[in-house]
Design a protein around this ligand. Structure first.
Ligand code: SAH
Length: 202
């Protein structure tokens, strides 16, 4: 109800948020806050985004049921789980092995069989599976990674928070159209940074 009142009008997106239990994606001691509209900590100093921001970015992707979607920054797996209800297949990349393992367990537990995962540096995208009709990045990039633009299909949309860490960041929507690449600023946000390389031992 609160999300609808704050401008999330896509009923498919609202229904996906209703169907994915957020409490399964947060640390157990934060379970009682799982349905508050706030970001919460997950392992490795990372965060699960505020439900409003998840809903907003998902709506901004203009998803269709036959699309293949690349997500950078699996984290808890919550955003990927929402996407899995709205598209054909989700390809999600995370740089921490431990986070990826836990997210995979959640996908299995919830019977979400159209999510595939990869340990890696999201800056590089997933060239073997490109092009993607949609790309969503859930960590803030100082600049839009070139490889991700290259892996965006014709007519494709990418939604990505851009800005230095701890500074003003904005969710940007990129469209690859007949006249080239267009860019819109959609929403001021605060995300953890997109970091180069995979994480050491974790
Ligand atoms: N989508 C997540 C949000 C996680 S926060 C969710 O719904 O819970 C951002 C995540 O991006 C963190 O898990 C962080 O480890 C990851 N990340 C940061 N830089 C990355 C990179 N270069 N490649 C892949 N993942 C990255």
């Amino acid at each position: 109800m609160e999300l609808r009142q704050s401008g999330i009008s896509d009923t498919e997106v609202l229904s996906a948020l209703e169907r994915i239990p957020r409490e399964e994606f947060v640390l157990s001691n934060f379970g009682d806050q799982a349905y508050e509209n706030t970001a919460l900590p997950i392992e490795q100093g990372q965060t699960i985004s505020q439900p409003y921001v998840v809903a907003f970015m998902t709506q901004a992707l203009e998803l269709g049921p036959r699309m293949r979607v690349l997500e950078i920054g699996t984290g808890s797996g919550y955003q990927a789980a929402i996407l899995s209800k709205l598209c054909r297949r989700v390809y999600t990349i995370e740089r921490y092995r431990s986070l990826l393992g836990q997210a995979e367990e959640r996908f299995r537990g919830l019977g979400l069989h159209n999510v595939v995962t990869k340990l890696g540096d999201g800056h590089l995208g997933w060239p073997e599976q490109a092009p993607f009709e949609r790309i969503i990045v859930t960590a803030a990039a100082a600049e839009i990674p070139e490889a991700l633009i290259d892996q965006l299909a014709d007519g494709g949309i990418m939604v990505i928070p851009v800005g230095a860490s701890g500074r003003n960041q904005d969710v940007i929507r990129i469209r690859r159209g007949a006249e080239g690449i267009s860019r819109e600023e959609l929403l001021p946000v605060r995300f953890v940074p997109l970091v180069e390389g995979i994480a050491g031992t974790n």
